[in-house]
Design a protein around this ligand. Structure first.
Ligand code: ADP
Ligand code: ASP
Ligand code: MG
Length: 422
C-alpha cells in the first residue's frame, strides 16, 4: 500500500459534524494500510467571509496582509481535523503550507508553486502520523512572506504534494460525485464522467468548471499524477483524470462537457487609433499589473474615423486594477473612453472530438439561437468553443447546449451533497 494524498474542500468540512465525518474517512484509509497526507480547505465559505471582511476595512487591501488574513481559514480547519483524528485514536499532525515546504514566487493572492520540500511531512509520516496540510498557501522564496495560490488553490497544493511525495494517487474530495458533463447545480441532468484526459479536463477547468482548478490539472499532467475526483459524502467511485495510456483509456466522447464562468468582466477600450502598436501598449499596461486576460476582440475600424474598439475579458477581481492601469495610458494611446461590464458570462463547449467532427460550432450556435441567447464575443481553440453572453442568460444557455449535444443523462438526477455554490 502506497502513499495517498486526499484533499477535502470547504463544503466537506463546513462544520464540526463534517470535520468528524471526514476524520473517519481519513482514518479508514490509514487502517487500509496507506500512508495518508491530507490537504484541507477553509471551512465552508470562510474564505469568502474573510474577503468580505477585508473589503469593509479597505477597498483595495495590500496583497501581503490579504494573504496573511486568508491563510487563517485553512489553519483553523487543519488544526480541528488533526484534533478530530486524534480523538479517534490515531496520530495526526497539522502543518501550514510554509511548514509543509510549499515554496512559491512572491505574487500575492495568486502565487505559483516553484518548489516543494516536504521534509517535515516525510518525517511525520515515518513516525506513523497522518499529516494534515493547510491548502492554498505557501511561503515566498525570496521574501519569506506568506502567500496564497488563488481561489480554489487547495487543489494545486494537493497535486503538488502528491508529486513531491511520489503518491500513487491524488484524491480530490468534494460535494458532488465527480466531474460531470456540466455543473450539476445548473444542469440536474448532467452525467458523471468516469474517465477524462488531462487535456479535456484542462479545458473544462480553464473554462470555469471549478470542480478542479486548472493549475492543479496542469501540474498533474506535468508530473503524471492521476487524480480521482469524488464525493466525501458518498462511497461512490468518482472521475479519474489521467493520461490516456494503458488501461486508462478515456471515454471516446466527441464532447466532454459544457462549462460556464460568471467570474469574469469585460472591458472595452473605445476609440483606439487604428495603427500598429496600440494594442501592444494596452496589453503591456495590463500585463505589467500581473493581470491575466482571457478573450480579446478588436472590431473592424470605421474607415472614416480611423478608430477601432478593443474588448477583452478578465477576472472581475482584477477589474478595478485594470481600469486604473488603462486610465494612466490614456494620453499615450489617445483612446476615447473605457467601458466596464461585469454582467457577462462565458459558456464553453469542450471536447477533443471537435477536431475531427465538422458541425460542432454550427450546432453550438444553433442551440444558443434556439434558446434566444445573444452572443457578444467568440473564441475557439482546437478542442473548445467559448462565447460571452449576458450573465442572466447563462443557466438557460448551458442547459440548451447540454441537451442539444445529447449530454443529458436518462438516469437519476445528479446529486449535490453540500456547499452553497458560492
Ligand atoms: P470544494 O469546496 O470541494 O473545492 P468547489 O466548490 O470548488 O468544491 O467545486 C465543486 C463544485 O464545482 C460543485 O459543487 C459544482 O457546483 C461545481 N462544478 C462546476 N462544474 C462542474 C462539473 N463539470 N462537474 C462537477 N462539478 C462542477
Ligand atoms: N479556501 C480557498 C478558497 O475558498 C482555497 C480552496 O478552497 O481551495 O478559494
Ligand atoms: Mg475547489
Amino acid at each position: 500500500m502506497g502513499l495517498v494524498v486526499q484533499k477535502y474542500g470547504g463544503s466537506s468540512v463546513a462544520d464540526a459534524e463534517g470535520i468528524k465525518r471526514v476524520a473517519k474517512r481519513i482514518v479508514d484509509a490509514k487502517k487500509n494500510g496507506h500512508q495518508v497526507v491530507v490537504v484541507v480547505s477553509a471551512m465552508g465559505d470562510t474564505t469568502d467571509e474573510l474577503i468580505d471582511l477585508a473589503g469593509q476595512v479597505s477597498p483595495i487591501p495590500a496583497g501581503r496582509e490579504f494573504d496573511m488574513l486568508l491563510t487563517a481559514g485553512e489553519r483553523i480547519s487543519m488544526a480541528l481535523l488533526a484534533m478530530a483524528i486524534k480523538n479517534l485514536g490515531h496520530e495526526a499532525q497539522s502543518f501550514t503550507g510554509s511548514q509543509a515546504g510549499v515554496i512559491t514566487d512572491s505574487v500575492h493572492n495568486k502565487a505559483r508553486i516553484i518548489d516543494v520540500t516536504p521534509g517535515r511531512i516525510r518525517t511525520a509520516l515515518d513516525e506513523g502520523n497522518i499529516a494534515i496540510v493547510a491548502g492554498f498557501q505557501g511561503v515566498s522564496q525570496d521574501k519569506k512572506d506568506i502567500t496564497t495560490l488563488g481561489r480554489g488553490g487547495s487543489d494545486t497544493t494537493a497535486v503538488a504534494l502528491a508529486a513531491a511525495l511520489d503518491a500513487e494517487v491524488c484524491e480530490i474530495y468534494t460535494d458532488v460525485d465527480g466531474v460531470f458533463t456540466a455543473d450539476p447545480r445548473v444542469v440536474p441532468k448532467a452525467r458523471k464522467i468516469d474517465r477524462i484526459s488531462f487535456e479535456d479536463m484542462l479545458e473544462l477547468a480553464s473554462s470555469g468548471s471549478k470542480v478542479l482548478l486548472h493549475r492543479c490539472v496542469e501540474y498533474a499532467r506535468r508530473y503524471n499524477i492521476p487524480i480521482h475526483v469524488r464525493s466525501s459524502f458518498s462511497g461512490l467511485q468518482g472521475t479519474w483524470v489521467s493520461n490516456e495510456q494503458g488501461d486508462r483509456k478515456v471515454e471516446q466522447a466527441i464532447i466532454s462537457g459544457v462549462a460556464h464562468d460568471t467570474s469574469e468582466a469585460k472591458i472595452t477600450v473605445v476609440g483606439v487609433p487604428d495603427k500598429p502598436g496600440e494594442a501592444a501598449t494596452i496589453f503591456r499596461a495590463i500585463a505589467n499589473n500581473e493581470i491575466n486576460i482571457d478573450m480579446v476582440v478588436q472590431n473592424v475600424s470605421a474607415a472614416s474615423t480611423g478608430l477601432t474598439d478593443i474588448s477583452f475579458t478578465l477576472p472581475k477581481a482584477e477589474g478595478r486594477k485594470a481600469i486604473d492601469a488603462l486610465e494612466k495610458t490614456k494620453s499615450t494611446i489617445g483612446f476615447e473612453s473605457l467601458r466596464y461590464d461585469d454582467q457577462i458570462a462565458k459558456i464553453s463547449l469542450v471536447g477533443a472530438g471537435m477536431k475531427t467532427n465538422p458541425g460542432v460550432t454550427a450546432g453550438f450556435f444553433e442551440a444558443l439561437s434556439d434558446a434566444g441567447v445573444n452572443i457578444e464575443l467568440i473564441s475557439t481553440s482546437e478542442i473548445r468553443i467559448s462565447v460571452v453572453t449576458r450573465a442572466d442568460e447563462v443557466k438557460e444557455a448551458v442547459r440548451a447546449v447540454h441537451s442539444a449535444f445529447g449530454l443529458d443523462s436518462d438516469s437519476d438526477e445528479a446529486v449535490v451533497y453540500g456547499g452553497t455554490g458560492r
